[in-house]
Design a protein around this ligand. Structure first.
Ligand code: B16
Ligand code: MG
Length: 212
C-alpha cells in the first residue's frame, strides 16, 4: 500500500460542521454590524478561531482590545456548541463511514488533524470517535494551519514518518500545511482545485482508489 496512515481534516471533510461555524460567526458579525458572507467564510476554513475572528474584523471600523476579541471568540464558540448539541450521524460526509470502515479492515492507521478544539465532542456526537487511533487538533498545537505542526504531530503520534501519511483536506490552509509537512494531500470541496494538492477529489469515495 502506498500509505500507512491517513490524516483526516475534520470540518468540511469528515463532518459538515462548516455551516454551523458560518451561522455562529454570522450572528456575531450581524450584531457588530460587520458585513459577512459565504465567500468571506471560505477564508475561515481550517484557520483557528482567533484567526477567523481577525478575518471578520478586517471589515470593521471599530478597534477591539485583546480582551474584547477573547470575549467575541468565546461567544462564537458558545453559539457554535449549541449547534453541535443537535449534531448526529446525518452530518457526516457522504461515504465517510464506509471509507473509515474499509481503511480499518485494510490495517491503515487513522488520525484526525484539525484546527478545532471541539474535535472530540464532534467525533463522539457523530459516532466515529472509535475509528481514530490518535487526535491532533487545536488543543495540542501552538501554530495553526497553514503551519504543518498539526499534521507533523499526528504522524508522530501514529508512529509514522510524514512521507508515509496522506492528508485529506478541504481548506487551502490545510493543503499548504500538508505540503509544508512533506505529506501528500487529497483535496476535496473548496480546496479541490488547488495546484499544490497531490490528488483532486470529486467525491470522498475516490479515496479508496488512491489508497489501495
Ligand atoms: P474551533 P478543521 C477548523 O476545523 C474550521 O474549519 C475553522 O473554521 C475553525 O475556525 C477551526 O477549526 C477552529 O475550530 O472554533 O471549533 O476550535 O477544518 O481544521 O477541522
Ligand atoms: Mg476543514
Amino acid at each position: 500500500m502506498k500509505y500507512k496512515g491517513i490524516i483526516f481534516d475534520l470540518d468540511g471533510v469528515l463532518v459538515y460542521t462548516d455551516k454551523y461555524h458560518y451561522l455562529a460567526w454570522k450572528q456575531i458579525a450581524d450584531r457588530l454590524g460587520i458585513y459577512f458572507d459565504e465567500e468571506i467564510n471560505n477564508r475561515l476554513r481550517g484557520v483557528s478561531r482567533m484567526a477567523s475572528l481577525e478575518i471578520i474584523l478586517e471589515r470593521s471600523t471599530q478597534k477591539f482590545s485583546d480582551e474584547q476579541k477573547e470575549e467575541l471568540a468565546e461567544e462564537k464558540n458558545e453559539i457554535y456548541r449549541q449547534y453541535l448539541g443537535g449534531l448526529t450521524q446525518r452530518e457526516l460526509g457522504e461515504g465517510v463511514l464506509q471509507t473509515l470502515e474499509k481503511f480499518k479492515t485494510m490495517g491503515l492507521k487513522l488520525a484526525v488533524g484539525s484546527s478545532s478544539r471541539n474535535t472530540e465532542l464532534i467525533l463522539k456526537k457523530t459516532g466515529i470517535y472509535e475509528y481514530f487511533d490518535v487526535i491532533s487538533d487545536g488543543n495540542n498545537i501552538s501554530k495553526p494551519k497553514p503551519d504543518p505542526e498539526v499534521f507533523i504531530k499526528a504522524a508522530d503520534m501514529l508512529g509514522l514518518l510524514c512521507g508515509q501519511c496522506l492528508v485529506v483536506e478541504d481548506a487551502v490552509s490545510g493543503v499548504l500545511a500538508a505540503t509544508a509537512a512533506n505529506m501528500d494531500c487529497a483535496a476535496i470541496g473548496d480546496a479541490a482545485k488547488h495546484k499544490m494538492a497531490t490528488y483532486n477529489l470529486e467525491s470522498f469515495n475516490q479515496l479508496t482508489d488512491i489508497v489501495s
